[in-house]
Design a protein around this ligand. Structure first.
Ligand code: HEC
Ligand code: HEC
Ligand code: HEC
Ligand code: HEC
Ligand code: HEC
Ligand code: HEC
Ligand code: HEC
Length: 276
């Protein structure tokens, strides 16, 4: 077995700054010690401060290989493996950008409480993904508290695309959600085709200011796909159906999915209009 090097080559890399798609984190710049560019096409700029572990220094990803071979090997394909610091430490930013400086962990042979595990501590993610802290602080959000849900339930930190099931297969993206939310899985006799576009068509996966993590609080959620038409005279139709009764439109009664209307919005076993 190859000996582990305990030198702290990365000790100089104290901070790096990353700004998510141009959103500004000016205040944070003030605390940055060393600003390091991240080589990446879609994300411009940089962010700060990899997680700190008192007394530990940065030792580089290569030093993790000996004991975490499998993760190290697959990590080459991971989205986050593309994060690069400028300069001689370039290759080494990987593991410690999320887990914190690894010298104490390595020296102790992996003792408890010597390294950060983001499953228990999403702070390490928030440091770079600033806007996520806000999403998870909204009225309706996935409960990270007490580890009920973790970033890692929906994200792959070590391999391939960070967003599980992302890319080509919408079905597998939905499976990420339905493994916990079995009621929405179906199969339904009367499917709602919107489900094929994915859960995130209607829900923000992190959190939302709207109830049930919906991307929109009212009929706009539905009317982005369903055609609404105000006909000559008075009748209002959505799809092929009149949505107007004696002197009132149905939409004035509440949302499309409440008040006895399309309550089976994910699909129905009994009603083709998704009433119940
Ligand atoms: C000398 C062997 C060794 C080296 C080198 C090593 N680890 Fe570990 N690591 C371990 C052992 C042993 C555990 C404990 C496994 C357990 O508790 O089940 C562990 C656990 C972990 C955990 C989980 C901790 C937790 O609290 O859940 C993380 C994260 C981790 N290592 C990351 C790293 C990173 C990053 C590096 C490189 C900087 C690294 N390890 C280098 C042996 C090592
Ligand atoms: C994007 C952030 C990120 C990076 C970069 C990262 N990890 Fe992790 N790591 C995580 C998360 C999140 C978990 C928790 C995974 C879970 O519980 O499913 C984790 C868990 C672990 C564990 C605990 C065992 C396990 O599989 O759950 C080890 C060991 C580990 N990482 C080692 C590494 C090594 C070695 C590298 C570099 C080759 C690395 N990590 C890079 C985020 C990261
Ligand atoms: C050191 C800063 C840093 C840390 C720490 C970090 N990220 Fe990232 N993350 C980035 C950057 C930069 C990108 C863009 C990478 C790319 O596109 O190549 C990214 C990409 C992502 C993406 C993919 C976005 C997309 O559009 O495909 C997700 C999801 C993500 N990160 C989640 C996490 C989670 C979860 C954690 C904690 C376990 C974490 N990140 C920790 C900087 C960071
Ligand atoms: C319930 C599943 C789920 C959880 C938990 C989750 N995410 Fe995500 N995340 C997603 C999905 C799905 C997407 C893709 C969004 C889309 O396609 O609209 C995403 C996208 C992202 C992105 C890139 C796109 C964006 O919206 O900026 C980042 C960064 C990210 N997540 C970070 C995090 C972090 C950090 C955590 C933990 C604190 C986390 N996520 C927890 C499901 C989740
Ligand atoms: C690890 C399990 C898990 C995964 C994966 C998961 N969720 Fe959740 N989800 C939860 C928990 C726990 C709650 C909070 C439930 C509660 O408070 O009753 C929740 C709440 C919700 C809510 C709000 C429910 C309410 O009553 O306000 C919606 C909507 C939701 N999740 C959608 C999604 C979507 C979309 C995905 C996939 C991107 C997803 N979930 C993935 C566990 C999960
Ligand atoms: C066409 C839009 C749409 C799509 C697509 C969609 N949802 Fe929903 N979802 C809603 C609406 C609207 C509500 C609120 C229903 C209510 O309050 O009665 C909701 C409520 C929920 C709830 C809370 C259930 C409850 O009983 O309070 C969960 C969990 C949920 N959705 C998960 C999912 C999952 C998982 C997917 C993907 C498999 C998904 N949704 C796809 C529109 C959608
Ligand atoms: C991503 C696009 C999309 C969204 C968003 C969407 N739908 Fe649909 N919906 C469809 C498609 C496609 C069909 C099947 C074709 C059709 O009947 O128009 C459908 C069918 C329906 C049907 C059955 C039509 C009938 O014969 O009665 C109802 C009811 C319905 N949707 C209600 C809603 C409601 C309520 C919302 C908002 C919570 C919503 N839809 C959001 C795409 C969408």
């Amino acid at each position: 077995m190859k000996p582990v090097s305990f030198t702290s080559r990365n000790a100089a890399v104290k901070a790096w700054v990353y700004r998510h798609r141009g959103r500004v984190g000016v205040a944070l710049l003030a605390v940055s010690l060393a600003v390091v560019a991240i080589s990446c096409g879609t994300y411009t700029g940089t962010l700060i401060a990899p997680p700190q572990i008192a007394g530990a220094t940065f030792v580089g990803s290569k030093s993790c290989e000996q004991c975490h071979q499998e993760i190290f090997r697959k990590f080459k394909t991971a989205d986050h493996a593309r994060l690069m610091a400028k300069g001689p430490n370039a290759e080494d930013m990987g593991c410690e950008s999320c887990h914190g400086a690894g010298s104490l962990h390595n020296e102790s042979g992996g003792a408890h409480h010597t390294i950060i595990n983001p499953r228990r501590d999403p702070e390490t993610c928030f440091q770079c993904h600033l806007e996520m802290r806000g999403s998870f602080a909204t009225v309706s959000h996935h409960p990270l508290e007490d580890g009920k849900v973790s970033c890692a339930d929906c994200h792959n930190p070590h391999e391939g695309r960070m967003i599980k099931g992302g890319g080509t297969s919408q079905a597998s993206a939905n499976e990420t959600c339905t493994k916990c939310h079995t009621a929405q899985q179906g199969p339904f006799i009367f499917e709602h085709e919107a489900m094929r576009e994915g859960c995130t068509t209607c829900h923000n996966p992190h959190g939302s200011v709207n109830q049930k993590m919906l991307v929109s609080r009212n009929q706009d959620l539905c009317l982005k796909c369903h055609f609404q038409q105000q006909n000559v005279g008075t009748s209002l139709t959505i799809g092929d159906f009149t949505h107007q009764g004696a002197g009132r439109t149905f939409l004035s009664e509440g949302t499309c999915w409440s008040g006895g209307c399309h309550e089976a919005v994910h699909g129905s076993l009994v009603n083709k209009h998704l009433r119940y």
